[in-house]
Ligand binder design. Structure first.
Ligand SMILES: [Mg+2]
Length: 305
């Protein structure tokens, strides 16, 4: 086994030159298109997840969906027969709560936060212990220090107005859980959090100060910190080039694209941005054990992360 390393051009992180399966300590799975399709489990998902665990590696589920809290997510998956634990889940709502807790650590202000989003966001603010108060009620006129925007299926003009006015007149900091334009369901695409973020950004004339979920690398950095490993010891398995694969590339982690979700071979062959090129391509997660046994068979792009 070679331990030779190189520093790639362009200021990228130092990385292992070749994929060494024994160096991977964590497999980070995307949810939709990888383990589930809407509310239906893929048959290959649970065996792949359990194989990773039996191989002595850690498993994480990383989703940009902020509508449910980690606890609610775990309960929902357990009901479907998938033994997912809360500690194995990272959502964009959880990342936002951690971000706010860190921002406010040691400070004197007890901020008020206006949330455009589902119940998962307030639940995570509470679970993580963010100081201050928050509301999803546009009639709440308390001056806001932050506006946090995620996917809100009850979004309306009053909520957008309250969020805009908090940014313009309260001086609130504009934060977004993620910028996915759409999200996939069994009935096709629906507007994603990014469509609400875009509406607010257009009226405010500014972009969010920070975005939490994929393709931002902060989730993978958090997981590496939790596990106590380096980012090149992570393998991300996802179905979307511009979120899952880009997130892995930005973080300096390894990436495997599965063709069971939104990306087909035609789309894959049209990629021109090297940061959206997966290291490996699998038909679906069922091929994951074989990837670890025979990585060269699944190789798509070189060099390393
Ligand atoms: Mg997906």
């Amino acid at each position: 086994m070679s331990t030779k390393r190189s520093l790639q051009s362009g200021g990228r992180r130092a990385a292992a030159e070749a994929f060494e399966p024994e160096r991977i300590k964590v497999v980070v799975f995307d949810a939709d298109g990888v383990l589930v399709h809407g509310s239906t489990l893929y048959p290959a998902g649970l065996p792949a997840w359990q194989w990773v665990q039996r191989s002595g590696r850690r498993t994480y589920l990383l989703t940009n969906n902020s509508m449910r809290s980690r606890s609610a997510y775990a309960r929902r998956w357990q009901r479907m027969g998938f033994p997912l634990r809360r500690s194995e889940i990272v959502t964009s709502g959880y990342l936002a709560a951690l971000y706010l807790r860190r921002e406010l650590a040691g400070g004197r202000i007890r901020p008020h936060i206006f949330v455009v989003g589902g119940p998962g966001i307030p639940a995570e603010l509470k679970a993580v212990g963010v100081p201050g108060s928050w509301t999803r009620d546009p009639a709440d006129e308390r001056p806001a220090h932050y506006v946090l925007v995620g996917l809100d299926k009850q979004v309306n003009y009053r909520k957008l107005s309250r969020a805009l006015r908090a940014i313009l007149y309260d001086g609130a900091v504009f934060l977004a859980t993620n910028r996915d334009a759409t999200y996939p369901t069994e009935r096709g695409l629906f507007p994603g959090a990014g469509s609400i973020v875009a509406a607010l950004a257009a009226s405010a004339g500014r972009e969010p100060a920070a975005v939490m979920g994929k393709p931002e690398p902060r989730a993978l950095e958090l997981i590496a910190r939790e596990v106590g490993c380096s980012l090149e010891e992570l393998l991300v398995v996802g179905d979307r080039l511009e979120t899952d694969i880009l997130c892995a590339r930005r973080a300096g982690a390894w990436s495997a694209l599965v063709l069971s979700g939104v990306t087909d071979r035609k789309r894959l062959r049209s990629v021109t941005d090297p940061d959206e090129l997966p290291h490996f391509v699998l038909r679906d997660v069922g091929q994951l054990p074989d990837l670890f046994a025979h990585p060269a068979r699944y190789r798509w792009a070189t060099p390393g992360p």
